[in-house]
Structures are given as structure tokens and as C-alpha cells.
Design a protein around this ligand. Structure first.
Ligand SMILES: *Cc1c(COP(=O)(O)O)cnc(C)c1O
Length: 353
């Protein structure tokens, strides 16, 4: 028997969540599969999302892998090319590219031959991470429209607060002001904007997190949005301890039992991608019932409270997140977001689907 931890990827749930996205919009759907499809496995996720109108990711080598695997849809490099050397691959594999910087424009100018590039011109409407300012934008657009290497231009921006009460009004207004006269295809919406801001759908929406069955909103659960969990991280109880009042649990002795307790040790730790900063009290499912973690998460193990679960034995299943234990709840308890937990799934965890 090997170590009992595993991640199971529910590919049917992935396809289901894509249909939820589709029902919410008339725009074309670019499935965001960056970061190894948010930890779910690039190729199997792309395949399960095969009804998508296109894909978006970061690494040109991943895009090439998708092409080689037979995917014909548009594939957008969300940050464009990172060096001149990537341009031949971009051309050969017909990849679409974000252009967000003057440096990229210079590389494009220096590229020796025309190659019918599909360019997504990124406008910085307030995120202040990537893209051209309102002052730079018109000249760059004119240049790209006339560029011998460029076949088509799509206009793009990214929202900073689509998931929050502040919303997108200001960024959207700034974008519309510049984009409306251009009559070019537009792309603005991540999952949150797709679900809450239909007026900002444009021609291409870019959902990521919702496809993986997590809610982009703090105030609405994935289940309420009709989304199904895709990744279930599970393991087993490998040891049971009985504590006397006053005894402590784990490194740093951060949890102290106020009365006699029964606790279990789960074969899952931060080296598997479970967050070390998850405090005592983080929810976890053991033998199908909710309980809580206790003490510090170790590299390979964590402790759970079994005081109210007298039937639990060594070998019982523990679900860290996924089916029956929303990853969003675990993330909130650990002071982070589901994105970080899903992406951090460690390579040592066996993945099944
Ligand atoms: C990651 C990303 C998305 C997807 O965002 P979600 O919140 O996961 O839906 C969309 N657009 C860009 C530019 C991104 O980097």
C-alpha cells in the first residue's frame, strides 16, 4: 500500500461548469487553463473543456503541447511572448498573443516576416499590472492595425474588483470610451464579471476559477451558482491518539486540549499542497462528517478532532477539499483563496480522473 493521499479530478464536473458559464453569456468562451489548469492537469482539463471556443494560458510550451495534442481552437497567451525567441513558435502554432508592452512591440517589429498574428491588445483600465495607458493606447492600436505581422486585433482589459461591491463601473467606462469607436472585438470578463456583470461580456469572456467549481465571490457559494467541485483532495486517518486535558498537538504545541479528546492523524501535509497557515478549526470531512483540524500542519501530516466521531477508525477517509467540503470554505479558514490551494497541489500527490 502506498501513502493514501490522492487528488481525484471529476472531468464531467469540469464540462458541467463550462455549460454553466455558457448559459450565463452569449459571448464566446475562452477557458482559462493557466497554471496547469489551476492544478487540474493541462491536457485532461483542456479535453474535458473541449466545448470551449478557445483556451487561455501563459506558457508557450503549454500552448504548443495543446496544438500537438490536436486542439484547433484559438489559444491565447495571456501575457504574450516573453522574448523574441518565442515568436517563431507563436507563428508556427498559430497562437494568439496579448501585447501589453512596448518591448513586445519592438520584438514584433524586428521579426523578419509577416505571420498573420492574432493580437490581443491589453489596455490598463485600472488594474495597473499590465497594459497600455489611455494616453499610449490609440497610437499603439493604430500601429498594430497597420502592422504587416498582424492579421487581427482584439481589445482586452482585466478587472481588479469584479468580485467585490466596488465592481467594474469605472474600469468598464474607461475601456468603453477607448474601445467603442474602434469597432473591434473585445474581451473583459473573468469568472466574476461573467456571473455578475453581463454588460461587460464583450465578444470573449475569460472564465477560470468557476470552471474548476469554485465561487469567485465571498458572499455566494459555488453550489448556489450551480457549480460542481472538480478536484477532491482526500487521504486517510493513519493514527489515532487519546489526549488528556492539558496535552498539546503538533509542532509548537499551538493547540491545547481543555478536556480529554480523541484525535486522528491524516496523511496530508504542506508538502502535498495543504496550506501550513490553516489554523486550528479549519473544516475537514472525516468519514463523511465535518470536523476540524487541530494544531499546526506538518510537512506530511495534520491532526483532526475525532471527539464527536467515535466510530472513526484508522483507514477512514478524510476529504481535505472537494466533494462534500467546499474548497472555498477551507481557503477562507486559511486566510487565502481557492485559486492558491488548487494551484499548489504538489506534484507528489497522485492524480486520478
Ligand atoms: C486568470 C485570468 C482570468 C481568469 O480569472 P478567474 O478569476 O479565474 O475567472 C481571466 N483573465 C486574465 C487576464 C487572467 O489572468
Amino acid at each position: 500500500m502506498s501513502r493514501p493521499i490522492q487528488a481525484h479530478i471529476d472531468l464531467a464536473a469540469l464540462a458541467h461548469n463550462l455549460r454553466v458559464a455558457r448559459r450565463a453569456t452569449a459571448a464566446r468562451v475562452l477557458a482559462v487553463i493557466k497554471a496547469n489548469a489551476y492544478g487540474h492537469g493541462l491536457l485532461q482539463a483542456a479535453e474535458a473543456l473541449g466545448e470551449a471556443d478557445g483556451y487561455a494560458l501563459l506558457d508557450v510550451r503549454d500552448a504548443v503541447a495543446l496544438r500537438e495534442a490536436g486542439f484547433r481552437q484559438p489559444i491565447l497567451l495571456l501575457e504574450g511572448f516573453f522574448s523574441r525567441d518565442e515568436l517563431p513558435l507563436v507563428a508556427e502554432y498559430e497562437l494568439s498573443c496579448v501585447i501589453h508592452s512596448v518591448r513586445q512591440l519592438d520584438w514584433l517589429d524586428a521579426y523578419p516576416r509577416p505571420h498573420g498574428l492574432s493580437v490581443w491588445l491589453k489596455f490598463n483600465s485600472g488594474m495597473n499590472r499590465l497594459g497600455f495607458s489611455p494616453a499610449e493606447f490609440p497610437a499603439v492600436l493604430e500601429k498594430l492595425k497597420a502592422h504587416r505581422a498582424v492579421r487581427e486585433v482584439t481589445l482586452m482589459t482585466h478587472f481588479a474588483q469584479a468580485d467585490e461591491a466596488a465592481g467594474i463601473a469605472q474600469q468598464q467606462a474607461l475601456f468603453e470610451q477607448l474601445a467603442a469607436p474602434c469597432r473591434l472585438p473585445c474581451s473583459l470578463a473573468n469568472s466574476a464579471a461573467l456571473l455578475r456583470h453581463p454588460a461587460a461580456h464583450g465578444d470573449w469572456v475569460r472564465p477560470g476559477i468557476m470552471l474548476y467549481g469554485s465561487s469567485p465571490f465571498a458572499d455566494t457559494s459555488a453550489q448556489q451558482l450551480g457549480l460542481r467541485p472538480v478536484m477532491t483532495l482526500s487521504s486517510e486517518i493513519i493514527s489515532i491518539q487519546n489526549l488528556k486535558a492539558g496535552e498539546t498537538v503538533g509542532y509548537g504545541a499551538t493547540f491545547r486540549a481543555e478536556r480529554a479528546m480523541r484525535i486522528g492523524t491524516v496523511a496530508c501535509g504542506y508538502a502535498d499542497g495543504y496550506p501550513r497557515h490553516a489554523p486550528s478549526g479549519t473544516p475537514i470531512l472525516v468519514d463523511g462528517r465535518r470536523t476540524r483540524t487541530l494544531g499546526r500542519v506538518s510537512m506530511d501530516m495534520l491532526a483532526v478532532d475525532l471527539s464527536e466521531l467515535p466510530d472513526v477508525r484508522i483507514g477512514c477517509r478524510a476529504v481535505l477539499w472537494g466533494e462534500g467540503m467546499p474548497v472555498d470554505e477551507v481557503a477562507r479558514a486559511a486566510g487565502t483563496i481557492s485559486y492558491e490551494l488548487l494551484c499548489a497541489l504538489a506534484p507528489r500527490v497522485p492524480v486520478s480522473s
